[in-house]
Design a binder for this molecule. Structure first.
Ligand code: NHR
Length: 138
């Protein structure tokens, strides 16, 4: 759902929530979703909304994770699938995948290798959720 020009955040969040409530999806999976969602929005979908984040959380919540991993000389990096709670990138972890950071890595090379991991990890994590091997408990 694209934001309208000059649309205020609460208005966008309400429009998106209304659309999702109409669709009644079993799950809401964020993938490359770049807007922070309000606590009110998230509360309507507790335990149903899942995100994949390109770092080994709790390391590097937020943006520019690959650059920050390199700057902090991390030896390992990766991706995390987690339930979405109001606090950004702080919800319960469902699954993680890791890789070695290489001496020659750049932000771009690391981003590309992590993206490949993400494409394996998200379906694996969702298999765990759908099999009820993992669930959100408030
Ligand atoms: N919303 C809530 N309440 N909780 C989470 O855990 C969320 C969320 C919304 C998105 C994805 C997340 C990520 O995987 C996500 C998790 C965007 C930003 C951000 O700073 C941060 C984290 C994530 C997504 N967005 C800026 C904003 O002001 C815009 C940045 C830009 O456009 O470049 O919305 O990393």
């Amino acid at each position: 759902l694209a934001a309208l020009p000059e649309e205020a955040r609460p208005d966008y969040d309400r429009r998106l929530a209304d659309l999702i409530l109409t669709l009644k999806p079993d799950w809401i999976l964020l993938a490359g979703f770049m807007r922070i969602l309000s606590a009110e929005f998230v509360a309507q979908f507790t335990g149903k909304m899942i995100n994949i984040h390109p770092s080994l959380l709790p390391s590097f919540p937020g943006l520019h994770t690959h650059r920050r991993a390199l700057e902090s000389k991390s030896l390992r990096h990766g991706a995390t699938v987690h339930f979405v709670i109001p606090e950004l990138d702080a919800g319960p972890v469902i699954a993680q995948a890791q890789l070695d950071v290489l001496p020659e890595d750049t932000e771009e090379s690391l981003a590309a290798r992590v993206l490949k991991l993400e494409h394996q990890l998200y379906p694996e994590a969702m298999r765990q959720v759908l099999a009820r091997h993992v669930r959100f408990t408030p």
